[in-house]
Design a binder for this molecule. Structure first.
Ligand code: DX5
Ligand code: ZN
Length: 221
């Protein structure tokens, strides 16, 4: 399995956004993770299409947009036009998940579904074969720098089994509290794509940190 590291710009210094994006590139990041929050689904606000467009103007790396918003479909077109590569929506805000995932694909983006810590993996069974990304939250969404919820490891292994049963090639992504301390266990459990915000951007050498996270997975045989 390929390891993908997806630094989250949530914890970067936005006054030096271009530098943060350059750090991702220099560290060999596979995706850049962008956390859109609406102050309604989650108790925090971040950014929308304009920010995505700005990041797109700075890099050709895939932009992995994590939509923590109610009625995400309102923003699909704008975000696709802004240059998003993938749009991931929470099942907790998606009563018509199948239709919403289809719409994301129609717009030429990778379709992802996200589950909160309290949402069962089972909620994605019927769409498993349609997913490009299955994202397991390992913290309650809304903020960077939170502590990894250990129970997420078991969820990741069940999600891996579910994707295998559906013969889905979807990326299995994990988001929240990923660091040198937690990444190896997540990789062993079956995750292949790792979001890291605080761990990367609070590190003394963020470029080296991205590399170190990848190397820890590679070291596992
Ligand atoms: C949290 C966001 C995460 C966040 C992760 O709601 O979805 O992507 O940036 O941050 P860390 O890696 O600091 O837990
Ligand atoms: Zn995220």
């Amino acid at each position: 399995m390929t390891v993908r590291i997806a630094p989250s710009l949530l914890s970067a210094d936005w006054a030096r956004l271009a530098e943060a994006v350059a750090i991702c590139e220099a560290g060999g990041a596979d995706w850049i993770h962008l956390d859109v929050m609406d102050g309604c689904f989650v108790p925090n606000l971040t950014f929308g299409a304009r920010f995505i467009e700005t990041v797109r103007s700075l890099t050709d790396l895939p932009l992995d947009v994590h939509m923590m918003v109610v009625e995400p479909e309102k923003y699909f077109e704008d975000f696709a036009r802004a240059g998003a590569t993938g749009l991931s929506i929470h099942v907790e805000t998606a009563p018509h998940l199948h239709r919403q995932l289809s719409r994301i694909k129609e717009l030429g983006c990778k379709a992802g579904a996200v589950i909160n810590p309290a949402t069962p993996v089972e909620a994605l069974r019927e769409v498993a074969a349609d997913l490009d990304v299955l994202l397991v939250m390992s913290v309650n969404p809304g903020f960077g720098g939170q502590q990894f919820i250990a129970h997420s490891l078991d969820k990741v292994s069940r999600a891996r089994a579910m994707l295998a049963a559906a013969r889905s090639p979807a990326a299995l992504e994990i988001d929240g509290g990923i660091s040198r301390e937690t990444i190896t266990a997540c990789w062993r459990s079956g995750a292949d794509t790792f979001v890291a915000g605080h761990a990367v951007f609070a590190a003394r050498d963020p470029v080296a940190e991205i590399r170190a996270l990848r190397d820890l997975c590679r070291a596992v045989v």
